[in-house]
Design a protein around this ligand. Structure first.
Ligand code: UD1
Ligand code: CA
Length: 502
């Protein structure tokens, strides 16, 4: 009795949504990373219904395909050419096998409605033994909505009158019909068989069921909600943005209450399905999309976008963009890097600044610190990829893989031409183009050997600042050579620069 599950939920989504002015059906527009319809279906599912039916008509096949992808457990019902919410529910009930119990009716374009509110509606409805319980709200501007007509003492609902059918006096009523109801299933089936299209819009009004149920001696109740946004529908793109912002605000609040630091909620966008561990810090300008999971103590941002990406505990991602990537615990990414699909960075690994990766497994503690492209690659643990290394994975026709072993040191500005394998503990010199496999422990070098043409600037660039600088240095060198000969200058060696940056 605490949390009674309804026999069925019928979600109405047959309307055209013309005010969206869109080629995309209204209920497929997204906020918080899900379509409006999937939000509605998720709330309905949260009540644990015996049956879940969505009523379609406008762009039926496209919406049905979307449901098959995202909510395959849903039954689709088709509304015919008879218009109105009453007809929509009647068509929906044709797919409901149950004969008795409570049935909820909700809308596919009301995205902020929560399962908890629906469960309260079912509980209130069943405790009162009501024939119908309608979810209502008092709003500052009730224009366009159906108005709730109450008995003198206000306890009973007499019926609902649509705005277009209402008298001036009735239009003054500020309690509106949200369009969300709990019905006794048997009462609903019977009453729907008796409603007509005799009204201002020539439609079968679901709202007419309330007066019929009451005339039949049933009790008709209202549950008033003070959370107006929760029952608000999307009719145009202005409302889409407003409800999107409100949903985001609610999602951020949920995470903050669960122990996540969100430094600047005004510039942070987090989709409904994202999970974030305790004590993670989300800095300004972050967007977390899709099925992104952020581990405990991780730091994201500022200015970072992650889609369908997994971030391990204690990892940090700074000013970067990742899609379908895995970032291991304690790993660091950024600033200014782009992790594309299939990137997997091992625990305590590093993808530094201005690096692009794709379909690349980078081992534990391995590092790609600066200015590299790593595509279709396997990099072993503890390996360091020198600055500006390119994994040349595409031969113009096909993509190939590169395998770099454990504890390898790839010199700066190397080009690894796939398919190629560099063995464990091997190294490449700076500027090496690796076209052949490198055995474990070997050093690969193929940069042309260096030739210094002495005095070239003095002869070919006479009169320039370069010549003057060179002369000054050479004169100074002569002087210090003389000092060295007399044993006063400190010598220094210059032969350790081969591998460049680290
Ligand atoms: C309806 C209610 C009104 C309530 C308002 C709340 C009726 C007669 N009126 O108004 O009291 O205040 O919702 O938003 O019910 N739909 C179908 N098939 C149809 C018509 C509509 O599936 O033939 C669906 C729409 O896709 C939408 C929902 O029902 O999801 C509401 O339709 P809409 O036209 O917006 O409702 P109103 O008639 O404005
Ligand atoms: Ca509406």
């Amino acid at each position: 009795m605490e949390n009674p599950a309804p026999a069925a939920v019928v979600v109405l989504a047959a309307g055209a949504g013309t005010r969206m002015r869109s080629r995309t059906p209204k209920v497929l527009h997204e906020i918080g990373g899900r379509s409006l319809l999937v939000h509605a279906v998720t709330a309905a599912e949260g009540t644990g219904p015996g049956e879940l039916v969505v009523v379609l008509r406008h762009e039926r096949d496209r919406v049905a395909a979307h449901l098959a992808d995202h909510a395959p457990e849903v039954t689709v019902a088709d509304q015919d050419e008879v218009p109105g919410t009453g007809r929509a529910v009647q068509c929906g009930l044709e797919k409901v096998a149950a004969a008795t119990g409570t049935v909820l009716v909700t809308y596919g374009d009301v995205p902020l409605l929560e399962a908890g509110t629906l469960r309260e509606l079912v509980a209130a409805h069943e405790q009162a033994g009501a024939a119908v319980t309608v979810l209502t709200a008092k709003v500052p501007d009730p224009t366009g909505y159906g108005r709730i007509l109450r008995s003198q003492d206000g306890a009973e609902v007499l019926g609902i009158v649509e705005h277009k059918d209402a008298t001036e006096e009735q239009r003054g009523i500020d309690e509106i019909n949200s369009g969300i109801y709990a019905f006794d299933l048997a009462v609903l089936r019977d009453a729907l068989g008796r409603i007509t299209t005799d009204n201002a819009q020539g439609e079968m009004y679901l709202t007419d069921v309330l007066a019929i149920a009451r005339e039949d001696g049933g009790s008709v109740r209202a549950l008033v909600t003070s959370d107006l946004m929760m029952v608000e529908g999307v009719n145009d793109r202005v409302q889409l943005a407003q409800l999107g912002a409100e949903m985001n605000r609610r999602i951020l609040e949920r995470h903050m209450r669960a122990g996540v630091t969100i430094v600047d909620p005004a510039t942070t966008w987090i989709d409904a399905d994202v999970t974030i561990g305790q004590d993670a810090i989300i800095r300004p300008g972050v967007q977390l999309h899709g099925a992104t999971d952020v581990g405990e103590d991780a730091e994201i941002g500022p200015d970072t976008t992650l889609r369908d990406t997994e971030v391990g505990a204690g990892a940090s991602v700074l000013r970067s963009h990742a899609v379908l990537a895995e970032i291991g615990p304690g790993a660091t990414v950024g600033p200014f890097s782009y992790l594309r699909a299939g990137t997997s960075l091992g625990a305590k690994g590093k993808i530094g600044g201005f690096v692009e990766t794709k379909n690349a497994r980078i081992g534990e503690g391995a590092k790609v610190p600066h200015l590299s492209y790593v595509g279709d690659a396997e990099i072993g643990e503890g390996t360091n990829i020198g600055a500006a290394t390119i994994f040349a994975n595409y031969d113009g026709v096909e993509k190939h893989r590169t395998t770099v072993g454990r504890h390898v040191r790839v010199g700066s500005d190397s080009v690894l031409v796939a398919p190629v394998t560099i063995g464990d503990g091997a190294a490449t010199g700076a500027g090496t183009t690796v076209r052949k496999d490198v055995p474990p422990g070997a050093l690969a070098v193929n940069a042309g050997s260096q030739r210094n043409v002495e005095g070239w600037t003095l002869r070919r660039r006479a009169g320039t600042a370069a010549e003057a600088a060179a002369r000054a240095a050479l004169d100074g060198a002569d002087a210090s050579a003389a000092d060295a000969a007399s044993g006063t200058a400190e010598g220094h060696s210059d032969d350790s620069k081969e591998q460049g940056q680290r």
